[in-house]
Design a protein around this ligand. Structure first.
Ligand code: CA
Length: 305
């Protein structure tokens, strides 16, 4: 009985303490949505005259000043926390903010400089060019496979099916190995690039699904159908970080297959139901450009390519 009373008193005390803190103190921010050229201003406000000490602020766990320029912060949703002492006790307050890009993406169209045949029955989910050969991962359960193709004439050089339980997704090549994601099966496969022999597999961490994959020779980048691109250690394939894909107005979801091109990530997205490719800054997550391929599909159908 004594224990029960103690627990009840503890709960009451704890609840009371929390409510005192939240009613006495407030973390105030000069907005909830920012651009990278804005300055964040943080303050702890109180409705009575109280003494607090050892005040600190953090953004995603890193200590920041109460007045902080946002130009070097990655884009997306972030948590801001205030830590201080009140009557000898530690108090933590937190709020969320969203950081958008400073400027809208550049808009690009396209010019066709050459055409090559491609198997229409291929449900292409992943691809990469290496040593003048196209490596392709295709989807759909029971039809998924990896292929190497002479893209000049469309000749299939080598092909290996996946077990019918797997839906093939993004593909990248590193260190003479092919890395292939599966969609919802929480597994990726590693193949020898020349023989297609399976050399290993890896499972996903916090990322939800397998969508797109590329690498810059130092890290892998993996999309999962959300607005996140996950950064994977090149050796262990563990998820070690992420970027959030943002324009100056919104987050971009359904980021699909990824390619590494001249220091940027190129990705198609299903969000807008349009044939577009995004050009993404791999550090900040900013959508720097959008290539609109509208009309390409109609033109190809007319040509019966
Ligand atoms: Ca790729």
């Amino acid at each position: 009985m004594k224990n029960l009373i103690f627990i009840i008193i503890s709960i009451f005390f704890f609840t009371k303490c929390s409510s005192i803190n939240s009613s006495i103190f407030q973390l105030t921010i000069n907005g909830s949505e920012f651009n990278t050229n804005d300055t964040l201003k943080l303050r702890i406000q109180s409705n009575i005259d109280v003494n607090i000490s050892e005040t600190k602020f953090s953004l995603n766990g890193s200590i920041i000043d109460s007045t902080q320029l946002l130009s070097n912060i990655t884009l997306g949703k972030h948590t801001v926390r205030a830590y201080f002492k009140y009557k000898g006790k530690d108090v933590i307050l937190e709020k969320e903010l969203t950081l958008y890009a400073e400027s809208p993406p550049e808009l690009y169209s396209y010019r066709i400089i050459n055409t090559f045949p491609h198997d229409k029955s291929s449900f292409t989910q992943g691809l990469e060019f290496s040593d003048n050969i196209l490596y392709e991962s295709t989807g759909l359960k029971g039809q998924s496979k990896i292929r190497s193709i002479n893209f000049i004439n469309g000749e299939i050089l080598k092909e290996k099916p996946l077990n019918e339980n797997y839906f093939g997704e993004g593909l990248t090549i590193y260190n003479n190995q092919i890395y292939q994601l599966t969609w919802q099966e929480n597994i990726g496969f590693i193949y020898d690039k020349d023989s297609f022999k399976i050399k290993g597999s890896f499972s996903y961490g916090k990322s939800k699904e397998g969508w797109g994959l590329c690498n810059d020779g130092e890290k892998f980048y993996k999309s999962d159908g959300s607005h996140n691109i996950w950064i994977l250690d090149i050796n262990s394939l563990n998820e070690v970080g992420k970027i959030q894909i943002m324009t100056n107005k919104q987050s971009i979801n359904k980021i699909n297959e990824l390619e590494w091109v001249n220091g940027k990530i190129y990705a198609n997205s299903y969000q807008f139901q349009k044939d577009i490719v995004l050009i993404i800054n791999p550090i900040s997550g900013m959508v720097e450009g959008v290539v609109d391929f509208s009309g390409l599909k109609i033109m190809l159908n007319k040509l019966k390519v």
